[in-house]
Design a binder for this molecule. Structure first.
Ligand code: CAA
Length: 261
């Protein structure tokens, strides 16, 4: 069922509870055309519904995570058509899933590529990763979160500077700004992201879901409302077998065996 994609590869490790989704348009440096993003949407919805998958890695190839929206496809876009189809809205929709998504970024993460990396829950980068919002140089503006998520990730002054110039952030700069959580050698980043996915997949599935929901809610609400929301979700965990098991295991000095109930 996961073979039915033309511009993506999806591999699932059911024993480990992880999946890896790989952009596969190397000739255009993984430019994000409409058909590939439609496939990403479908793949993520399938993985979200698959109980054997608990965490997802999204990656590209050695040269490029993604070099942005497909400029050749987009060049002829018109305003009425963009309005009619709500152009790019389905990119964000693809990421409205409950399971954590880790970006493993090598090479270019430019424009829409940087924006898609920022839609992921965690970004791991290799030393050769490069992040930028070069839309200003194309006579347009970021359209999939560059002016919004980048501000939240690195602060207003730096985000403004990056969006107004298209200048490139190295992996180490992106890491020191908090855009990226860790930097690895190029041949290690995908393995590190998959190891992180396995670690997340070994936790209680409902608890992982609640944590992702709570952290993402912090981006949308005031501190007071967020704290109240978090506390209610925290309270709800006391209805889970996994909370009983996790705390009993701690007291009995043994590893917890979560049943995802
Ligand atoms: N769209 C379509 N095709 C792209 C592309 C893109 N975003 N990025 C690269 N390609 C294609 C090139 O056209 C080229 O194809 P041909 O061989 O058919 O000519 C092929 O990929 C290889 O690219 P280059 O020859 O340019 O490779 P390079 O190593 O010399 O340069 C690069 C690499 C610096 C990434 C350069 O390709 C580049 O600047 N790409 C565009 C980056 C960009 O501006 N991205 C933002 C897009 S706008 C956007 O994303 C809007 C939004 O908010 C969603």
């Amino acid at each position: 069922e996961y073979c039915n994609f033309a511009e993506l590869m999806v591999s699932v490790d059911r024993d480990e509870g992880t999946a890896t989704v790989t952009f596969a348009r190397p000739k255009s440096l993984n430019a994000l055309c409409e058909s590939m993003m439609t496939e990403l949407n479908r793949a993520f919805k399938m993985l979200d519904a698959d109980d054997s998958v608990r965490a997802i890695v999204l990656t590209g190839d050695n040269v490029s995570f993604a070099a942005g929206a497909d400029i050749k496809e987009m060049a002829k876009q018109t305003y009425p058509e963009a309005l009619r189809v709500n152009f790019l809205a389905h990119w964000t929709d693809a990421f409205k899933i409950s399971k954590p998504v880790i970006a493993a970024v090598r090479g270019h993460a430019l424009g829409g590529g940087c924006e898609v990396a920022m839609m992921c829950d965690i970004i791991y980068a290799s030393t050769d990763a490069r992040f930028a919002q070069p839309e200003v140089r194309l006579g347009t503006i970021p359209g999939a979160g560059g002016t919004q998520r980048l501000v939240r990730a690195v602060g207003k002054s730096r985000a403004m500077e990056l969006c107004l110039t298209g200048d490139v952030l190295t992996a180490n700069e992106a890491c020191s700004l908090g855009l990226v959580s860790k930097v690895f050698q190029p041949d290690e980043v995908l393995g590190a992201a998959q190891k992180l996915a396995r670690k997340i997949a070994s936790q209680s599935a409902p608890v992982v879901k609640l944590i992702k929901e709570a952290v993402n809610a912090s981006q949308e609400m005031s501190l007071e409302a967020g704290l109240a929301y978090e506390r209610r979700l925290f309270h709800s965990t006391f209805s889970l077998d996994d909370q009983k098991e996790g705390m009993a295991a701690f007291i009995e000095k043994r590893p917890a065996k979560f049943t995802n109930q």
